[in-house]
Design a protein around this ligand. Sequence first.
Ligand code: FES
Length: 114
Amino acid sequence: MAKFEHHLFVCENVRPPESPRGCCSAKGAAEVRARLKEELEQRGQKGRVRANGAGCLDQCAQGPCIVAYPGQVWYGGVTVADVPEIVDALLAGKVVERLVIPDAKLTGKAGAPR
Ligand code: FES
C-alpha cells in the first residue's frame, strides 16, 4: 500500500461551552474537514492526500486549526470557504499565507525535548 504524500490534520476537539479555552469543534471544524474530504475526492487526490480528524493541536485560540504535513504548515481561523484555496496551494507546493499562524503565536517550542 502506498503512503499518503500529505496529511491535513484538522482539529475537531470538543470542549464544554463554558470552557475558557473554547474548541475548534464549536467554530465549524467538522464542516471544514468534510469540505476538505469532498474537495480532495473531487480532485482525484483520495489516496494521495488525507484529511485526518485530530484532537486538540494546542492552538485553540486560533481555531479552527489545520496542520499540514510534511510541510509543517499551520493554518488558523479556517472556514469552509477557504478549503479550495488550501487545496490549490497544497497541490501547487505553496502556502495560503493569509491563513498561516505566525510562529510567534504557535505554542510549540522548536528544539524542545521529545
Ligand atoms: S481545540 Fe483545536 S487546537 Fe485546541
